[in-house]
Design a protein around this ligand. Structure first.
Ligand code: AMP
Ligand code: ZN
Length: 128
């Protein structure tokens, strides 16, 4: 399969590895949003949250818990944003968690286009 993250996992493409075990490889994002912007990637190729298994997902959650205090200590981050894109917004179709250390005044903002936002009650009616 022509997957860039599979190639990183099997060592064909180099990466800045922060942590690795039997189930995941964790490396720095090549295009960081903040200092220490990191990707947590399962070694097995899953496309997105719809096909990853619970064991791997639980393990990733444990890795997040293990890494965050280390980033707090070593990078002095003040917070953490974790995210996962699916379909639109997901460039690499191999499941990965964005682990983004946050810093006071880092000015990272969630993207939103206020002009196309619906009233919250309208959204709720659509979802009910
Ligand atoms: P997404 O758009 O959610 O699929 O995120 C893909 C992420 O992978 C982006 O943040 C890219 O900067 C990152 N990325 C792409 N190629 C590499 C690479 N060779 N090494 C590290 N990160 C990469
Ligand atoms: Zn892959």
């Amino acid at each position: 399969m022509d997957c860039i993250f599979c190639k990183i996992i099997n060592g064909e493409i180099p990466s800045s590895v922060v942590y690795e075990d039997d189930l995941v490889k964790v490396f720095l994002d090549i295009n960081p949003t903040t200092n220490g912007d990191t990707l947590i990637v399962p070694k097995k190729h899953f496309k997105d949250f719809r096909d990853i298994d619970n064991e791997t997902l639980t393990h990733i959650y444990q890795v997040i818990n293990k890494l965050y205090p280390i980033y707090q200590e070593k990078l002095n981050c003040d917070g953490l944003t974790i995210s996962h894109n699916t379909d639109y917004g997901q460039d690499i179709k191999h499941f990965h968690i964005h682990f983004i250390p946050r810093y006071k005044d880092d000015e990272v903002k969630h993207l939103s286009n206020k002009e196309i936002l619906l009233d919250i009650d309208k959204v709720l009616n659509k979802l009910k």
